[in-house]
Write a protein that binds this ligand. Sequence first.
Ligand SMILES: O=C(O)CCC(=O)C(=O)O
Ligand SMILES: [Fe+2]
Length: 524
Amino acid sequence: MMDPIRLNNQQLVQYLEDGYVVLNPSELDQEFHHRMFEAACLTYGMAQGAASQGAAPHIKVIADNLRQRIPDAELLLRSPTIDGAITSILGEDWQLYPHDFIHESSANDQFFHQDGNLPWNDRGHYRSHRPDWAMLFYYPQPTDRTTGPTEILPGTQYWTNDYELPDGTWHRGDPLGRRLKRFDPATASLQERDNYIQEVADTWGVPNLERRKLEVPCGGAILASYDLSHRGTRQEPDFDGRRFMYKFYLYRATSPSTPTRRSESVPVPQIDNPKVARIVERNWYWLNGETPNWDPSRNDITTDMLVDAGTDAERIRIAYELGLSANADDGIRRTLISFIAHNQEAVRRAAGYALGLVNSIDSREFERMMSDDRAPIRRATVLALREAMCCDQIAVDWLIDRLENDPDDLVRSNAAYALGILLRRNALDINERLIARLDHDVEPDNTNNGGMSRSTVRENVALALTMTQLTSSEIEKTLHYAIAEHDRYAKSLLFMAIRRSVRNLSEPWLADLIEYLADRRYVV
Ligand SMILES: O=C(O)CCC(=O)C(=O)O
Ligand SMILES: [Fe+2]
């Protein structure tokens, strides 16, 4: 097969700035796309059969088994155009998260949303501004305005909405416009529906925010930031065909500590959108294992501005400026740290991302927040340690302690996730502690989203284990839990963790066997 075709610099900046790039894998021919179209029809046919027998078709048939049911999906993912684009964003050892789906358009509109950060609109962790997660949308037929294309809001991938509730619980999914008056499409006219969709887009508070319907030729694909706002649009009434979209979730399992894209620093090409320019620039260098050479003293942005910002767009822009200034100004640095305990959720969150720009933070600076009795403050503290990549003993011990003992599920799932991000770059002696959390008695199911009993915490523990090298005895324990696991996402991730580790430890034939089994996963 041909080598992967990497994104060029322009495409890479477009991805980081607008949140997506359109791909046309010309090495796959029309016959291939036709087979993928037919496979989607067949999958929906089988789903109907399952529905008539009372089984939930979305989980029994359509979701999560695409590579098993449709071997051509593998050819798509490994095609030089698709593989090369994903590699450019997520590194050479990019992984498929074990959730996938085929979406079919209809007369209904979806409303703008960010996909939940765990499958079926569940929540386990704060979103990442770094290129850690992506979605691949693939369209096995021409997709234009009439067929119901996917619509996106370019550049919205670094923002999000508040989700914490006063009683300590939280919204699990991230629809936009959660605060708008409830809208019932069943009783509304098309015009009212369209007005509502515009109102939802306007909730970002960004004047003239562009909406783009992504029309693609047969076999076109979109690689998008996981956090980009998007929606499925309705078909026009005179369209009598079918429009499918295969969706895959992908993530980065390695940290770009060595240059993979270029051999020497290349300045960022033109960035047009000032709201996200700083993040784009940071990510551009981060992808090459570098930090930008910024002058930390060149702005007059104050910490009050972060609190007073009227939109997440503005607050995040300010947060990045402050994070940069904090390297030269101790007052700003201390205020940003204190904002982790601020009473506004959006301020805590923005401060967490800001601290990702501060070089070498000592986790003792978070001592007060670490023992705060309010769960939202502990959640934000986990974010701050993760963004600042605090790997010292105090940080790691506290994160492990939270994973083992925190009464708040979102603190525990965030702690597991953060430990994975730390493990991705540093060897830490915590594998056994993570594995012990896979026991259902110590970490029971906590959600039924998607119609399956699952654990958001075990899912993130399993994710963390895909980012580390396990020893033989750790593999044995992980295998024990993987076999017993009923949460299909946790289970698949555990097999992926074993696959990663076994490569370095065992006979090549055994690694091949595990590789085969992990790839061919089939969940019922
Ligand atoms: O079908 C589409 O174009 C988008 C589907 C989607 O975003 C979703 O269901 O999460
Ligand atoms: Fe979606």
